[in-house]
Write a protein that binds this ligand. Structure first.
Ligand SMILES: [Zn+2]
Length: 426
């Protein structure tokens, strides 16, 4: 734990080198070190290792959920639990409030608002239940303190602002509950912004309500997350925001031309403004994955049987639908990307914008994971690959968490809200 102690000391003292922005990497000036695997393990264990997009809260209200029971991806498709976080040296990150998008009308907004408040409550209940292992974090300094106490760091983010409906003031309610990062949009256009993956733009970027959202996020001190937003929406966010933005789980179009990945010029602009791109490990965004003919045929049969809309299905029919799908996935597995392809995205991003502007947001428990990095227990592989690629110890520390915390500190410093801190006390 020597390394971790050193890093914490440097962060507490506000070490400029660790919090620096724009400093060139010393990668080119030094040969790739030859370190043994035990050296790498010790180095990785001492880093502050954060992931900016942990979808695990989606499971917190499932019956029988236990954070402190070891599971495996092969057994149940999950990526994160206490045991595997310890094994992979994952210290925490941003735990996501995600509610699927429905119609853009007041009735739906009310229902989804309540669902999102319940998800935030579930995260807070999780932190209370496992209070010896995890702790809610609200500031950069909280993260350092929680890490030094040997606990996991639980920041909160919201993927898709859809649950706010048209009531921007609700953002303050979520902020008071601990929300510190928000992305306006998900797979489809909504009341705030165009999505990277919808058929055609609705607003040509942010809507007027989306612009209000950006201003309110700045006012309160939240990080703005451009993942899932269309390129124009990301540009609008950057133009309006008083603080740098984050892409919590995104990749470079320069490696794979997918709408969820961003072009080089936009990635450079985000970095030039002080932002951070957290590289995703979601297979379908890493490369073209072609399902086998047998899987396609089985899925076509499943779709014919259950259709595209499960609204109104009985509990029994829903269970049968899920069982049938699980059988198909077991018998004809979906194609997966590889650790090497993930690293190609990460190294490309590092070359493009430099190690002060890159992090990791692997979409754990939300579709992330690749062959060779099935779950968070295998995160030290990334550190080993970065060492192999010649990145310095300080670069790697920035990539694993310091860059992300720098943007949070920027958002905290720029906040203009008078919201008092006592509401933040747990
Ligand atoms: Zn996502």
């Amino acid at each position: 734990m020597l390394w971790k102690a050193l890093i914490i000391t440097a962060m507490v003292s506000g070490g400029a080198a660790l919090a620096g922005c724009g400093a060139p990497s010393d990668r080119a000036s030094r040969p790739a070190p030859t370190q043994s695997s035990s050296d790498i393990s010790a180095f990785h264990a001492g880093l502050m290792v954060l992931d900016s997009h942990l979808d695990t809260p989606i499971r917190f209200h499932q019956s029988g959920y236990k954070f402190d029971r070891k599971a495996s991806w092969a057994e149940d498709g999950t990526h994160v639990d206490l045991y595997r976080m310890n094994e992979g040296g994952l210290d925490g990150g941003f735990w996501v409030i995600y509610i699927p998008q429905g119609p853009l009308n007041e009735t739906a907004f009310q229902a989804v608002r309540n669902a999102a408040l319940m998800r935030q409550t579930a995260i807070r209940e999780f932190a209370a239940r496992y209070n010896q292992q995890v702790e809610l974090a609200f500031t950069r300094d909280d993260a350092v303190r929680i890490l030094s106490a040997g606990k996991k760091i639980v920041f909160q983010s919201m993927e898709n602002a859809y649950p706010l409906g048209e009531d921007i003031s609700l953002l303050e309610t979520f902020y008071a509950g601990g929300l510190r990062m928000i992305g306006p949009v998900h797979f489809r256009n909504n009341q705030f912004a165009d999505s990277a993956t919808d058929i055609a733009p609705l607003h040509d970027g942010l809507s007027p309500l989306g612009e209000q959202l950006v201003r309110e996020a700045n006012h309160l001190g939240l990080i703005l997350d451009g993942s899932h937003a269309s390129d124009d929406a990301v540009r609008d966010m950057m133009a309006l925001s008083t603080t740098p933005i984050v892409l919590s789980h995104s990749g470079p179009k320069g490696v794979f031309d997918h709408p969820r990945n961003l072009p080089d010029d936009l990635l450079r602009d985000i970095a030039a403004a002080g932002g951070v791109i957290q590289v995703n490990a979601y297979g379908a965004y890493l490369e073209e994955l072609v399902p086998s003919a047998a899987r396609e045929k089985a899925l076509a049969g499943w779709t014919a049987e259950y259709g595209g809309d499960a609204t109104g299905f009985s509990v029994d029919k829903l269970a049968a639908m899920r069982t049938a799908r699980a059988q198909i996935d077991a018998e004809f597995p979906a194609p997966r990307s590889s650790f090497e392809t993930f690293m190609a995205h990460l190294l490309y991003m590092l070359e493009l914008v430099g190690p002060d502007h890159v992090g990791i947001g692997a979409d754990w428990d939300g579709g992330g994971g690749v062959i060779g990095m099935d779950d968070v227990s295998q995160l030290p592989r990334i550190t080993a690959a970065l060492v192999d690629a010649g990145y310095s110890d300080s670069d790697i520390a920035k990539i694993w968490g310091e860059n992300l915390l720098r943007v949070l500190a920027d958002a905290e410093a720029a906040r203009t809200s008078g919201l008092s801190s006592p509401v933040l006390v747990q």
